[in-house]
Design a protein around this ligand. Structure first.
Ligand code: PMP
Length: 417
């Protein structure tokens, strides 16, 4: 038999067609750079773990190993432990979903892996998925790896525009395209920080239902609304048509990689089997530690502490932007989550500004990371894990770079980029 390598020396010729779509995200690039000493990173969407009860968690971890070690270090069920699935239903009740059945919860390796599973079980190459513009880079990566046609949808300060969604779906229907789902982050979108208004929520549900497409609702920041009154997720209004994704990454600890999907009953089995094919089972010890955290700690009090902290940091960032940013730069005013989204005039490409930022000691994520388009005049700033002092200093360092970019003539910017 001839070796598949006979006519081509490079092993990369063995990659699937799909593999060509798998790229390193700009967020990961920036993540590495952010580690350099002296730089202020407004790039990473990290939770501020310093406020967790670390010593007590160490005791819980030790107790789990000492008392239940053989279970904790063993394989577990593919859907996740029943105890944690029941606790996840309590967490979702705090978000406004009161009818969740633990039977329909599938615990995943972060909600990132649930996104991959969703793309895998629903999408054939060429199928269409609608997303917000901008949207979460990890979702774009997962969808593109399955050769999905990702179509960004227009929005404004109140989130996705229902009318635009209706029109886009009608056009796609006429063009004979198969639309599988709308991927949406209704609460404090990553990267824009925008929250979908109460009024638009039902409209979007109705449109998707009528067009027979699923909603993939990604809600890792839902409990982090600064004033403490989360808007009920779309799933709270529609149990049939919404596949809901949740995560402990933003309200507890991303390193444990525990997220979940609440799947409509008729879709649950296939979704769960696909998830099992990827991870066999979610990490047992980590699930037990999350269970101990929910059972033995006042986790809601910790969520309240996080809200206050993030509200304060967001306010500091907005004040610093107000003070330092030049005319021509606009930004969102989030009421929850981790991010502020800055937009410069159309002629500016924010990617080359990253190099200038690094030279000036500040890092951000260029907007193109969150878009299907190659260039973006926007950029994302994260305030979640940065002290107020560094937020002010970071914005102060960034301002002259943006001021220069705004005043450059369009042709100069193009040449530079
Ligand atoms: N969805 C969104 C909108 C996110 O911002 C993130 C993480 N930044 C994720 C999903 C992935 O979260 P997890 O750690 O649960 O995989």
């Amino acid at each position: 038999m001839t070796s598949p390598l006979a006519n081509d020396a490079s092993l990369t010729s063995l990659f699937s067609a799909r593999a060509a779509n798998i790229k390193q995200s700009a967020v990961r690039d920036v993540f590495e750079i952010s580690m350099q000493p002296g730089l202020i990173s407004l790039a990473g969407g990290n939770p501020y773990l310093q406020s967790l009860p670390l010593e007590k968690l160490a005791e819980s971890a030790a107790r789990i190993i000492a008392e239940q070690g053989l279970e904790a270090l063993q394989y577990g069920g593919g859907q996740g432990t029943l105890e944690l699935r029941e606790q996840i239903c309590q967490v979702m009740a705090a978000e406004g979903i009161t009818d969740a059945d633990p039977e329909n919860v599938v615990i995943t390796a972060g909600s990132q892996s649930a996104q991959d599973v969703a793309a895998k079980v629903f999408c054939d190459p060429g199928d269409v998925v609608l997303v917000e513009d901008p949207t979460y880079v990890g979702a774009l990566n997962a969808l593109e790896a399955y050769q999905v046609e990702v179509i960004p949808m227009a929005g404004d300060g109140e989130g996705l525009l229902p009318e635009a969604l209706r029109e886009q779906l009608a056009q796609l229907r006429t063009a004979g395209k198969k639309v599988k789902f709308l991927y949406t982050i209704p609460n404090f979108n990553n990267p824009s920080g925008v929250m979908l208004s109460e009024q638009r929520r039902q409209q979007i549900i109705d449109i998707c239902k009528k067009e027979h497409i699923l909603i993939l609702e990604d809600n890792p920041y839902g409990l982090l609304k600064f004033d403490g009154a989360p808007l009920p997720p779309l799933r709270a209004r529609d149990a049939e048509n919404v596949l809901y994704l949740g995560s402990f990454s933003k309200i507890f600890a991303p390193g444990l990689r525990i997220g979940w999907a609440l799947v409509p009953a008729e879709l649950k089995q296939r979704f769960y089997l696909a998830s099992e094919a990827v991870t066999l089972c979610p990490p047992t010890f980590n699930q037990m530690l999350v269970s101990a955290y929910i059972r033995d700690y006042d986790w809601l009090a910790q969520v309240r502490r996080y809200r206050e902290l993030y509200a304060e940091r967001c306010e500091t960032m907005l004040e610093a932007l107000e003070e330092h940013m030049p005319a021509g730069v606009t930004w969102t005013r989030p009421v929850g989550g981790f991010f502020v989204w800055l937009t410069l005039p159309d002629h500016v490409d924010s990617y080359p500004l990253l190099r200038e930022g690094i030279d000036a000691g500040v890092v951000f994520v260029p907007g193109a990371a969150f878009s299907t388009k190659p260039k973006s005049s926007s950029l994302r700033l994260a305030f979640s894990a940065v002290s107020s002092e560094n937020i002010r200093e970071g914005v102060r360092r960034l301002a002259p770079i943006l001021a220069k970019a705004v005043t450059k003539q369009p042709s100069e910017t193009t040449a530079a980029g």
